[in-house]
Design a protein around this ligand. Structure first.
Ligand code: SIN
Ligand code: CO
Length: 392
């Protein structure tokens, strides 16, 4: 790998400086973030992925046959690509890190950020003039130029109600004013960090333009409130409800008075204000896989003896591509290990080893409860045998 310190990746800043001054606050252009960068994928390999069933791919044509900014969804076939014009389109493929190990390796460079904030690595290819139009994303994104050149222009932070073009499948801004000095051509290895809601417009300037977007998601208040309420709701007894014991006779029985509102408010806030439950919910939500059907549980349950024998024979397990892991400490050196939307209590050291990048080999068996946990994770599809994966 070309870069081994966040300082180089972040244009001379330490991770702490970047997080203090730029993360979620303002863009940062980093020339040579990955010196001598060799793109881990060729344009035709990206097109090949876009033809596969189950891979999320989009094609954006600025002057499509059915109108401007036409979006079509994969899987595509060779005929689709052969009919495209020489200019003015973009192919976007999501979650390339799930399919190409060399792309997943790029994530090691972003370990100065919580892993559970990661969404995926999207890669785009565009011939000259190709773009997806000026827009904003609700994501923090590192736009790494993989191959060729792309001109990026930034328009500053925009409000939620900024007008967007109607009648198309993209959220393109009706108005895009480039901020002075925010106009650059990125070469391979250059990287641009953008916080959410920042207007940006990237246009390919070469016939081999590949842009690698490392995107970080954050749940919206809307999603968080609804999802946490659903999670808690499943566990609340029917007897927990609005109560008004000891109330006084209402002045007017049709009035919804202040006392009633205050009682309802405390019911909701007191129920929601449960940090232990919130941690359990948050870990599950942030480890939910992006594509649930990519998780393939085993047909037959794995035997513990079989697992132990394989590990002792030198076999290694690996985290399934697309599976997400996180952990949270509990008292007495225990932890909840969150995997793919579920939570399991185990020794903290075991949760850390399974969630982090350490090798999943026979050494793990020294940890209490390891064999049972590994078997459960294999059966759920979150771990797989490294040997079998390489053969596929
Ligand atoms: C692209 O790669 O063309 C678009 C990436 C983005 O603007 O988020
Ligand atoms: Co964008």
């Amino acid at each position: 790998m070309q870069t081994d310190t966040p300082r180089l990746l972040l244009g001379g800043l330490t991770a702490a400086e970047f997080l203090r001054d730029y993360w979620q606050r303002k863009p940062l252009l980093i020339r040579g973030a990955f010196p001598d960068f060799a793109c881990p994928l060729e344009p035709d390999e990206l097109a090949g992925l876009a033809c596969e069933e189950g891979v999320e791919a989009r094609l954006v044509e600025e002057n499509g046959r059915d109108g401007p900014w036409q979006v079509s969804h994969g899987p595509f076939d060779e005929a689709t690509f052969s009919k495209l014009p020489e200019r003015g389109w973009t192919l976007l493929v999501q979650a390339v890190d799930h399919y190409v190990p060399e792309v997943a390796e790029l994530l090691e460079h972003f370990d100065f950020l919580p892993r559970w904030r990661l969404d995926d690595i999207m890669i785009s290819y565009a011939p000259p003039g190709g773009s997806v139009g000026p827009h904003v994303d609700q994501y923090d994104v590192f736009l790494l130029q993989g191959g060729g050149t792309r001109r990026w222009q930034l328009g500053g932070k925009v409000a939620d109600d900024t007008p967007i073009l109607q009648g198309i499948d993209l959220r393109i801004l009706e108005r895009f004013d480039i901020e002075p000095g925010q106009d650059w051509v990125l070469e391979p290895g250059d990287m641009l960090y953008l916080p959410p809601s920042w207007a940006h417009h990237g246009v390919s300037e070469s016939s081999d333009c590949m842009t690698i977007s490392v995107g970080f998601r954050a749940p919206s208040a809307d999603e968080a409130v609804t999802s946490f309420a659903d999670y808690l709701g499943e566990q609340l007894p029917p007897s927990r409800r609005y109560t008004d014991a000891g109330m006084t006779t209402p002045e007017d029985p049709t009035e919804l008075d202040d006392a009633a509102i205050a009682r309802m408010r405390s019911l909701i806030l007191d129920t929601l204000d449960d940090p232990a439950q919130l941690a359990q919910w948050f870990g599950r939500v942030m480890t939910q896989p992006k594509y649930v059907d990519q998780l393939t549980p085993t047909d037959e349950p794995t035997e513990v003896d079989e697992l132990v024998a394989e590990l002792q024979a030198g076999e290694e397990l690996m985290r399934s591509p697309g599976s997400r892991f996180a952990w949270r400490a509990l008292p007495d050196d225990m932890a909840t290990l969150f995997v793919d939307g579920d939570g399991v209590v185990c020794a903290k050291v075991l949760a850390q080893s399974v969630a982090s990048d350490t090798a999943l080999d026979a050494h793990l068996l020294r940890l209490p409860g390891a064999a049972g946990l590994l078997v459960a994770l294999i059966d759920a599809g979150s771990l797989c045998w490294a040997g079998e994966f390489e053969e596929e």
